[in-house]
Design a protein around this ligand. Structure first.
Ligand SMILES: Cc1ncc(COP(=O)(O)O)c(C=O)c1O
Length: 399
């Protein structure tokens, strides 16, 4: 008798980039100097005072107990203070904040609270895979919304037919955006909140990159838009802002009802983030400006080096105001997955093909600003060489 997997599992697309770590390992073992611009995982260490607090917390046996959904009270307080300082928004720490084991799980769990099988969930594409996972695992019907350069990569609900909006229970909106690095004007957010309110749609606002902004740009919270509390749950992450990706800590903010619903779901699936990590997270959030300023400055240097080097290598790329990615158009007819594999095999540089973020990402590739300016220039020069050899390969094949 064979074991069959669920229809739910079968609906999940295979991870298109699964072979990249395997190729990377083989190249590194063969002595190739591989530069990894794939995952959004910065090479800078977490702030030393956060690490020191983590060490102190580990020595306290109380921190080794179950956190449950309530978690470490200081973390909820620090989240509320952060939201107050940064966005001028007030929240109740015990009912309107929820600690998360990284924001990814919160994003993926949210539809379990609001989506019935057959309900529409609107997802941006290219986009983060947790959205697809959440929609498909709940039996929702994903409506893939293609983000296009000519529309500033904005997910515009006004372009979705009214009958579809009537069946929609949840939309994922992510600005500053991964992978396009687009940002959202306030008028856009106002329009989005208004449509969600009109149709009773939960607005999952993914603000994982709110601290990574450049040239004086300040990323807003969705709660700066009047009326957003009726519909929005906003997701924050400590991963990117403090180089704490592996610590798995973030939080959600929203009205008591919306946060309460997500809390109930999570009380059946996990027991909250490690208390010691929450305690260390307090130090990060309380000193966010101090810790984020140097990370921002370094990423801005990397962005400038990357954009300039890409220009020299023949790529036309916009200079993003936020996030930690460059989303680079490929010359017409160059398939992104084949190109990324070629650049890795021949030049030892890991990039992500646009198609890895869904078919609407085709025609682009993404690099993450994970290494310093010098190394980035070296990587981009190699990518440029990779494009030339890829294109001449095509010419040779046609000859
Ligand atoms: C758009 C977006 N949202 C959320 C996350 C999740 O971050 P974490 O689960 O580490 O908080 C990421 C991570 O890459 C991301 O790119």
């Amino acid at each position: 008798m064979t074991i069959s997997v669920s229809d739910r599992l079968r609906r999940l697309p295979g991870y298109p980039l699964a072979e990249i770590p395997v190729i990377k390992k083989r190249l590194a073992e063969a002595g190739v100097d591989v530069i990894d611009l794939g995952a959004g995982d910065n090479d800078t260490p977490p702030p030393a005072p956060v690490v020191a607090e983590m060490n102190a917390a580990l020595a306290d046996p109380a921190m080794s107990k179950y956190g449950f959904q309530q978690g470490y009270a200081g973390f909820r307080r620090a989240a509320v203070d952060f939201l107050g300082r940064r966005f001028g928004q007030r929240f109740d720490p015990s009912t309107e904040i929820l600690p998360l084991i990284g924001s990814k799980e919160g994003l993926a769990h949210l539809p379990f609270a609001f989506v019935n099988p057959g309900d529409v969930v609107i997802l941006p594409e290219p986009g983060y895979q947790a959205y697809t996972g959440g929609a498909l695992l709940t039996g929702g019907e994903p409506l893939v919304y293609p983000l296009r350069a000519e529309h500033q990569f904005l997910l515009d609900l006004e372009r979705v037919p009214a009958e579809t909006l009537a069946r929609t229970r949840l939309v994922y909106v992510n600005y500053p955006n991964n992978p396009t690095a687009a940002i959202a004007p306030l008028e856009y957010l106002e329009k989005t909140v208004a449509i969600c309110r009109r149709h009773g749609i939960v607005l999952a606002y993914d603000n994982a990159y709110c601290d990574l902004t450049y040239d004086g740009y300040r990323a807003p919270s969705i709660f700066e838009i009047p009326g957003a509390r009726d519909v929005a749950v906003e997701f924050f992450s400590l991963s990117k802002s403090y180089s704490m990706t592996g610590w798995r800590i973030g939080f959600a903010a929203g009205s008591r009802d919306l946060i309460g619903a997500l809390t109930k779901i999570k009380s059946y699936t996990d027991t909250g983030p490690f208390l010691a990590v929450q305690r260390a997270g307090v130090v990060a959030l309380d000193r966010s400006e101090e810790f984020c300023t140097p990370i921002r400055a370094e990423l801005q240097r990397r962005r400038d080096a990357g954009v300039a080097a890409l220009g020299q290598a023949g790529f036309a790329v916009a200079t993003p105001k936020a996030a930690m990615y460059l989303w680079i158009p490929l010359p017409a007819g160059v398939p992104s997955a084949e190109f990324a594999r070629h650049v890795l095999e021949t030049e030892g540089v890991v990039t992500l093909p646009g198609s890895g973020f869904g078919p609407a990402g085709e025609g682009y590739f993404r690099i993450a600003l994970t290494v310093g300016p010098e190394r980035l220039r070296e990587a981009v020069a190699r990518v440029g060489r990779g494009l030339a050899s890829f294109e001449s390969r095509g010419v040779a094949a046609r000859a």
